[in-house]
Design a protein around this ligand. Structure first.
Ligand SMILES: *[C@@H]1O[C@H](CO)[C@@H](O)[C@H](O)[C@H]1NC(C)=O
Ligand SMILES: *[C@@H]1O[C@H](CO)[C@@H](O)[C@H](O)[C@H]1NC(C)=O
Ligand SMILES: *[C@@H]1O[C@H](CO)[C@@H](O)[C@H](O)[C@H]1NC(C)=O
Ligand SMILES: *[C@@H]1O[C@H](CO)[C@@H](O)[C@H](O)[C@H]1NC(C)=O
Ligand SMILES: *[C@@H]1O[C@H](CO)[C@@H](O)[C@H](O)[C@H]1NC(C)=O
Ligand SMILES: *[C@@H]1O[C@H](CO)[C@@H](O)[C@H](O)[C@H]1NC(C)=O
Length: 376
C-alpha cells in the first residue's frame, strides 16, 4: 500500500467519524436548545425521538437524493449551457432552506406571547445558485411571469388538505397584490370538505379545486372528464393521508394508485396524434414528513407511525404512478421540502408553513417552463 492510499483511507475514516459526531450533536443539542426555549420536558423527549427517527430516515433516503453523483457531474459540465430537458427536470428540487428565529420577535420581551415556536421562526428558501441551475434558468417566477405562463389555462387541483394549501399558494402568487380578493378566496376555499372554483378573467385562467381525500375520488373525477370529453391543461393531484389514517392498508393503497394510473393512461394516451389536444401536464403532490409526536389526535399518533409512512411511500413507488418509475405523473416532492425545512415548519406534524406550498408551486411552474422551452 502506498503512502498516498493510506492517507486517503485515514482521511475517509476521519470524515465518517466527523459525520457521526455531527449527527450525535444534533440529537443531543437540538432538544437541549428547545428545553431552553419553552417546551416542557415531555415535549423535549418526544422531539428527540422525532429527530432520531427523522435522522434515520435521512440516512435511508440519502442515496435517493443522489446529491453526491450530481455534485460530481456538475464539476465536469459547468461550460455546457444548453441542457436537455430531463437533466433540468432533475434539478427542480435542489432547494435549500434557511430557518431562523425572527429577528424582530427576538427583540420583544418574554411578555409578548407567541402561539408556538412555529411562529417564532422565519423560513426562507431558494434554489442553490449552481451553474447547472442557472443554465436551466430555474428561478422564482414573479406574478407577471406566472400569469403569462398559465394564461388561458384550465388548472385542476384535486386532493386533500395539502392540495388545498397548494391551491392557496398558487392563487396567492397570481392575486397576492389584491388583499381583498385573497380574503374572499381564503374564506371560500377553506370551507370544510368543499370544492372551489374561480375564473381569473384578466388572464383567462379557470381554476378548480376538488376536495378528493381518497385516490378513488380522483379516479371518479377522471371518469367525469372522459364522459364530457373535456379535460384541464394542468392537473395537480395528491391523496393518501386519509387512507393511511382510516384504512391503514398499504397494499390497498398501491392497488387504488394502480387503478388511477390505468385510468390516466387510458384517458390521455401518451402517443400524440395529429389534431388531438396535447395531454395535460400531470403532477402528483407527495406525502409530507409526519412528525408523530406533534400530531394532534390520538388516532393519528397510533396510525400514522413511521413504519406506516414508509409502507405508504413504498406503495407509491411500486404503483409506478410517477414519472421516475415510468408512470405519467411528475412528483412535487413535498417529502424533500418538508424534510429540509424541518420541525419548525409545521404546527401539527402534518400541515406545514405556507413557504412549503409556495416552493411546491414554484417547482411546478418551473417544470412547466422547462417543458414549454422544449416544445419550441
Ligand atoms: C421588557 O419588559 C419589562 C417589564 O415589563 C420592561 O421594564 C422593559 O422595558 C421591557 N424591555 C423591552 C426591550 O421592551
Ligand atoms: C397571550 O396568551 C393568552 C392566553 O393564551 C391570551 O389570552 C392572550 O390574548 C395572548 N396575548 C397576545 C398579545 O397574543
Ligand atoms: C417577523 O415577525 C413580525 C412580527 O410578528 C412579522 O410581522 C414578520 O412578518 C416576521 N418576519 C418573517 C420573515 O416572517
Ligand atoms: C394573455 O393572453 C391574451 C391573448 O393571447 C393576451 O392578450 C394577454 O396579454 C395575455 N396576458 C398575459 C398576462 O400574458
Ligand atoms: C366536488 O366535485 C366533484 C367532482 O365534480 C363532485 O363529485 C363532488 O360531489 C363535489 N363535492 C361537493 C362537496 O360538492
Ligand atoms: C370519496 O371516496 C370515498 C370512498 O370511496 C367516499 O366515501 C366519499 O364520499 C368520496 N368523497 C367525495 C367528496 O367524493
Amino acid at each position: 500500500m502506498t503512502m498516498m492510499m493510506m492517507i486517503t483511507i485515514t482521511m475517509m475514516m476521519l470524515m465518517a467519524l466527523m459525520l457521526g459526531a455531527a449527527a450525535a450533536c444534533i440529537v443531543v443539542l437540538v432538544p437541549l436548545g428547545m428545553a431552553g426555549w419553552h417546551l416542557s420536558r415531555n415535549s423535549v423527549l418526544l422531539f428527540s425521538g422525532a429527530i432520531l427517527i427523522t435522522l434515520s430516515v435521512c440516512v435511508h433516503f440519502t442515496p435517493y437524493f443522489s446529491s453526491v453523483s450530481d455534485y460530481v457531474t456538475s464539476v465536469s459540465s459547468v461550460a455546457v449551457f444548453h441542457r436537455p430537458k430531463s437533466s433540468c427536470m432533475n434539478l427542480i428540487h435542489r432547494i435549500h432552506w434557511e430557518v431562523k428565529p425572527n429577528a424582530s420577535l427576538l427583540s420583544f420581551n418574554a411578555t409578548q406571547n407567541l402561539s408556538s415556536s412555529f411562529d417564532f421562526y422565519e423560513k426562507h428558501w431558494d434554489w442553490s445558485k449552481t451553474q447547472r441551475i442557472k443554465a436551466c434558468r430555474i428561478h422564482k417566477l414573479s406574478k407577471p411571469e406566472a400569469s403569462h405562463l398559465i394564461n388561458g389555462s384550465w388548472v385542476l387541483i384535486a386532493g386533500d388538505s395539502q392540495a388545498r394549501l397548494f391551491t392557496l399558494s398558487l392563487l396567492n402568487l397570481i392575486l397576492g397584490s389584491e388583499p381583498q380578493r385573497m380574503d374572499s378566496v381564503k374564506t371560500a376555499l377553506f370551507k370544510r370538505h368543499s370544492n372551489y372554483s374561480i375564473s381569473v378573467d384578466e388572464i383567462g385562467m379557470k381554476l378548480d379545486f376538488v376536495w378528493a381525500p381518497y385516490v378513488l375520488n380522483l379516479t371518479h373525477l377522471l371518469t367525469d372528464f372522459k364522459t364530457k370529453k373535456k379535460y384541464p391543461d394542468v392537473m395537480v393531484m395528491g391523496a393518501g393521508l386519509w387512507h393511511m389514517l382510516h384504512v391503514s392498508n398499504p397494499s390497498d393503497y398501491e392497488l387504488v394508485l394502480q387503478t388511477l394510473k390505468s385510468s390516466l393512461v387510458s384517458l390521455f394516451p401518451f402517443s400524440t396524434e395529429l389534431g388531438i389536444k396535447s395531454p395535460p401536464h400531470l403532477f402528483w403532490l407527495g406525502f409530507p414528513m409526519l412528525i408523530n409526536g406533534m400530531l394532534n389526535a390520538h388516532k393519528k399518533r397510533v396510525h400514522m407511525i413511521d413504519a406506516m409512512w414508509h409502507a405508504y411511500d413504498r406503495a407509491l413507488s411500486e404503483s409506478r404512478l410517477l414519472r421516475q418509475t415510468g408512470g405519467p405523473m411528475i412528483l412535487l416532492d413535498i417529502q424533500s421540502l418538508t424534510w429540509n425545512c424541518g420541525a419548525h415548519c409545521t404546527y401539527d406534524g402534518m400541515h406545514y408553513d405556507t413557504a412549503i406550498y409556495e416552493a411546491a408551486v414554484q417547482i411546478m411552474l418551473n417544470s412547466l417552463l422547462i417543458k414549454s422551452r422544449h416544445r419550441h
